[in-house]
Write a protein that binds this ligand. Structure first.
Ligand SMILES: *[C@@H]1O[C@H](CO)[C@@H](O)[C@H](O)[C@H]1NC(C)=O
Ligand SMILES: *[C@@H]1O[C@H](CO)[C@@H](O)[C@H](O)[C@H]1NC(C)=O
Length: 297
């Protein structure tokens, strides 16, 4: 078995890890409409900084309060971990948005991160209507998300994103997504939403928490949440505005980096920090001209 798979098999029963850092209680002292729970690795300082000033800025959108949290583990290398913990301490002091546990932040530990976040939210930030759960390298149109969510009931099931169906485990040991039969014999995953970013209601957060406490940890986090939904008799749904597999421009006139195109989307995967800044700025211009001549980039 590849080393990370062995590691997973050895430690997958461990779910209790110390909380190293959490945001001040003020973060959740009032009701939060949309909580941005962004998975980040300790070293991704540049991405976090960019998001703080763009789509993840804490603010009110149409009167609805947005709050931001970065979910991080610890670096595997002890020397590096000491440096990065100091960095995270500085960030936590300046921005109050770091939620950190002392497990190794690795791809196969992302499920652990999800499970620990669900638990944390239950006691420390219960008054949340909706959650955006996503990566730190996506572009999320958080204003559009609020508009989309404002007509919905947080106490009903909602789980929307880029829906993935009829796929199963990859059995070639060289792949990042390799899952041996020892982990699951099933050749098909339940429907799930790509982990780059999806929206869920507090009803569904609670349902996932129940399921996660009884299901064995599965190493691929977005698939694991699909398993949790199935266990609860719930299904994920597709939203056309969530593109975690990249985008194709809808017409030859629009480039795939055209704000007129992004204006209608909710979330797109894989943005470089500078692209995030440019796009956020372009979308914030009240008068972007999306007529025939309108090409901003
Ligand atoms: C959440 O906030 C609303 C509005 O202030 C309040 O009515 C409700 O009781 C709160 N719920 C919880 C669980 O704190
Ligand atoms: C997950 O984190 C635990 C605790 O740090 C560690 O022992 C384990 O090796 C990690 N698993 C993977 C697959 O990285």
């Amino acid at each position: 078995m590849p080393a990370h798979v062995r590691d997973f098999l050895l430690y997958r029963h461990c779910r209790d890890f110390a909380l190293l850092r959490e945001p001040p209680a003020a973060k959740c002292s009032r009701p939060v409409f949309l909580l941005l729970a962004i998975k980040s690795s300790p070293a991704n300082y540049g991405r976090r900084q960019m998001l703080r000033g763009t789509w993840a800025r804490e603010r009110q959108v149409h009167g609805a309060p947005l709050r931001r949290l970065f979910l991080v583990g610890s670096d595997r290398d002890p020397h590096q971990a000491r440096k990065l913990n100091r960095l995270l301490q500085l960030e936590a002091r300046a921005h109050g948005d770091i939620l950190q546990w002392n497990f190794h932040d690795s791809f196969f530990n992302l499920t652990l991160k999800q499970v620990l976040f669900l638990e944390w939210q239950r006691t420390r930030c219960p008054n949340v209507s909706f959650v955006l759960n996503g990566d730190d390298d996506v572009f999320a149109h958080t204003d559009n998300m609020v508009t989309y969510l404002q007509g919905r009931d947080p106490d009903r099931h909602l789980f929307v994103g880029h829906l993935i169906q009829n796929v199963g485990p990859i059995r070639s040991p060289g792949s990042k997504y390799f899952v041996p039969k020892l982990v699951t014999e099933d050749e098909q995953y339940p429907p799930y939403c790509g982990g780059g970013g999806f929206l869920l209601s507090r009803f569904t957060v609670a349902a996932l928490r129940h399921a996660a406490s009884v299901l064995p940890i599965f190493p691929i986090d977005d698939v694991f949440l699909g398993m949790c939904l199935r266990q609860q008799g719930l299904a994920p749904a597709s939203h056309n505005g969530v593109r975690t597999a990249g985008v194709l421009a809808p017409s030859p006139r629009l480039t795939s980096f055209d704000p007129c195109f992004y204006r209608g989307l909710l979330l797109v995967h894989r943005f470089l920090p500078f692209e995030t800044l440019l796009m956020w700025d372009a979308l914030s211009q009240p008068e972007i001209d999306c007529g025939k001549q309108g090409r901003v980039y």
